[in-house]
Design a protein. Structure first.
Length: 274
């Protein structure tokens, strides 16, 4: 199915455990897979809409799956949303799409998933592009961050409505003008049917001790006004990884790929160029 006015096609694959995994994609060429973060209403399309068409125009096949529990994918209520669950269902999705080699682009939780896939399936991952990646602090550190506290409180408390959805999304950026009515409506429609377990049971271990095992070239981005993942995390990659570079932005929050879309696209495509 093609989304009118975007050029994005969408589809669903059925996994062995019966879960359905939804994805959008556009373009042809070397594969770039975008992995979105957590949060109410999150999906591949809503997190990466300013980027997918730009990568396709540059000659890439841009694929944006929805994680289990998010977007148009299955949303089970009888599981714990662990990193293993996210990684296993995501990798099986790539296998069923017959993707044998790709670049992974991960934001927040998506960054942690990208790191684990690159560690577990190094032949699958050519390069890594990450924006404020998770999985490099303790759970206690993340849940003490002001953005995460406001996100969890707004989603799990009584009376969750579109106004709270707007407040949650606005937390992700430095400039509130980035949060459009269409984006809020899109994410609220998903959040209304999301189980609370996607946040309450989420468990992601601290992968810092394994960062030195990453052999893929890495390009990272971080907004210095990020309220979800401490920007000091960039130093962990720079100290441990053999081939890494990070770009930081002032007056920028958790969504570098949205707030600085033109620069993100330009730097990322330059990094991917032969």
């Amino acid at each position: 199915m093609t989304t009118p006015g975007t050029g994005l096609t969408s589809g669903t694959v059925r996994l062995a455990n019966g879960y359905d995994m939804h994805r959008h994609e556009i373009g042809e060429g070397p594969v770039v897979v975008f992995i979105h973060g957590s949060g109410p209403g999150a999906s591949g399309a809503s997190n990466f809409r300013p980027n997918l068409a730009a990568f396709a125009a540059a000659g890439y096949r841009a694929v944006a799956p929805d994680l289990i529990g998010y977007g148009g994918s299955s949303k089970p209520t009888d599981v714990d949303y662990t990193l293993d669950l996210f990684v296993d269902t995501f990798v099986e999705t790539l296998d069923r799409l017959e993707i044998e080699r790709c670049t992974l682009v991960g934001n927040s939780l998506g960054g942690a998933i990208a790191i684990r896939i690159a560690l577990d399936r190094p032949k699958l991952v050519d390069k890594l592009i990450m924006m404020a990646p998770g999985g490099i602090e303790t759970r206690e550190t993340y849940f003490a961050m002001p953005g995460i506290q406001r996100m969890v409180g707004g989603f799990t408390s009584e009376g969750f409505d579109e106004a709270r959805m707007r407040a949650i999304v606005t937390n992700l950026v430095y400039d509130p003008a980035c949060v459009t009515d269409a984006l809020v409506a899109e994410r609220f429609a998903v959040a209304r049917i999301q189980p609370k377990e996607v946040l309450s049971t989420m468990r992601v271990p601290d992968l810092t001790p394994r960062l030195g095992e990453l052999t893929q070239p890495i390009l990272g981005f971080w907004g210095l006004d990020d309220g979800f993942c401490p920007a000091s995390g960039a130093a962990k990659f720079l100290a441990a990884c053999p081939d890494v570079r990070f770009i930081t932005f002032n007056r920028c929050g958790h969504w570098v790929m949205v707030e600085r879309a033109e620069e993100f696209n330009r730097y990322a495509l330059g990094f991917l160029a032969p």
